[in-house]
Design a protein around this ligand. Structure first.
Ligand SMILES: [Zn+2]
Length: 446
């Protein structure tokens, strides 16, 4: 084991889902969290880049593995395997590499993780793990199982009932602070229970709040301002108690996984592909990709992931991975970058990224899932959707906020920023605070 120069520390990570770096000036102006504002004022909060696409499960999987999504394998909320078209929700079992929790457990360190996305089903670790976002129910989300009773005694919930919150603001307002409060009480209990080597608490409620209330908050509507103030107040008090616990022996990391911006319109990328003749369906009302017709050239999965209908990578693919594919990549990128919103004239797609340039897959090119060939990055305000049925290219959503690309932040125990930081760098910093060997490629190949 290589021990770093600095003394070995314990590490506490507070993960604030969907809090943008660019939000810190407004956060201060609205006096939402004196703790976060004071860290910002002392130049402790740094901008951080994140995964493409900036989806929570994708980004937190990169936090856990220190690797890009092409390597760890989770590239969106839904995915498909090479042998079929039916979408499924990828879980921690689809991760192609091991996580920092497994790494630290192997070398005997104690880990507690509460609510982090991409940790379901909970793999055994040397400590306690409560899975996060997209876990189906509490009973199946806790390791070891003996902890379920404790979680229930705190009225712990994995998430709010988002469908009910979609139906009414009252439901959102009733649920969000209550869920967060139960989760903070639980996290505080576990934090005080043991001097963990690594303790991670993920707060999803910020992301939920931003999806539902971002525009209303920007427009200074009182309902939204009140809810922001309640929720950030809860987080601030939690951070306050964490700060009070800190000593020379403990390092604190606070980070988010992506930014947020106002959602103006949804754009249905598959419908656009159908309209342009790149994608056809064998059944008119197909709701998922199993209805794709053999002659199709391209298809998409949210948000903005574009796949060539390649022979060998898809059951009925006809595109050969040669010059045809190259010209198709070029053609589709150019056309997409030329899509404009007929109502406003604004560009819908900022840029189309060739994923061969974005992800270094050296030594990791055997994914059991088809990795996207291209990813379209929308202009701020346009959410790229994957739905097939329906005919409108644009639509409106119940949500008023959407993830922005990049614009995450990180606080690294008061360290000055000395380089560009990305979410994949954080596990390395954790290992270095802990004074343990980095996860390397050998130990990472499972
Ligand atoms: Zn979100």
């Amino acid at each position: 084991m290589i021990v770093s120069k600095s003394p070995r520390k314990h590490v506490i990570v507070v993960a604030l889902d969907g809090v943008p770096f660019s939000f810190f000036p407004a956060l201060k102006e609205m006096n939402l969290s004196p703790v976060l504002s004071s860290l910002y004022q002392r130049n402790g909060i740094h901008p951080m880049t994140t995964t493409l696409p900036p989806v929570s499960s994708v980004a937190w999987a990169s936090f856990l593995t220190g690797l890009n999504p092409g390597v760890h394998g989770i590239t969106g909320f839904v995915d498909r395997r090479l042998d079929g078209y039916s979408p499924f929700v990828p879980t921690a079992e689809d991760l192609q590499v091991s996580t920092i929790y497994q790494h630290l457990s192997r070398i005997g360190l104690r880990v507690c993780s509460i609510g982090v996305p991409a940790t379901f089903p909970p793999a055994p670790i040397n400590g306690i793990l409560v899975s996060g976002f997209l876990a189906p129910n509490l009973e199946r989300s806790v390791y070891p199982k003996e902890e379920i009773e404790t979680l229930k005694s705190f009225d712990y919930k994995l998430d709010i009932d988002a469908w009910s919150a979609r139906r009414s603001d009252d439901s959102l307002i009733a649920q969000l602070p209550k869920t967060l409060s139960a989760r903070i009480n639980t996290a505080s209990h576990y934090l005080n229970k043991e001097n963990w080597d690594l303790f991670v608490f993920h707060i999803l409620e910020t992301d939920r709040l931003h999806h539902f209330m971002w525009r209303q908050m920007m427009d200074k509507e009182s309902t939204a301002l009140d809810l922001f103030s309640v929720l950030y107040g809860q987080i601030d008090r939690f951070l306050q108690t964490v700060m009070e616990k800190l000593s020379e022996e403990t390092a604190l990391i606070i980070l988010s996984d992506h930014g947020f911006t106002e959602l103006k319109k949804d754009f249905y990328l598959n419908r656009w592909l159908i309209e342009r003749g790149y994608l056809s369906l064998s059944e008119q009302n197909a709701t998922n990709l199993s209805g794709i017709a053999p002659g199709s050239k391209l298809f998409s999965m949210a948000p903005g992931r574009i796949y060539l209908h390649l022979e060998g990578k898809t059951p009925n693919g006809t595109i050969l991975n040669d010059q045809n594919a190259e010209s198709l990549r070029k053609e589709i990128s150019e056309s997409l970058e030329n899509v404009h919103d007929p109502e406003t004239g604004s560009k819908v797609i900022q840029k189309v990224v060739d994923m061969r340039e974005e992800w270094d897959l050296t030594g990791f090119d055997n994914s059991p899932l088809q990795l996207p060939d291209l990813i379209a990055i929308p202009s701020p305000g346009y959410e790229l959707k994957g739905e097939l049925s329906g005919s409108d290219l644009f639509g409106n959503d119940r949500f008023s906020g959407m993830h922005s690309y990049g614009d995450a932040f990180v606080y690294l125990n008061g360290e000055e920023k000395d380089e560009k930081l990305d979410i994949t760098d954080i596990q390395e910093r954790i290992c270095s605070f802990l004074g343990v060997q980095q996860m390397n490629e050998e130990s990472n190949q499972t």
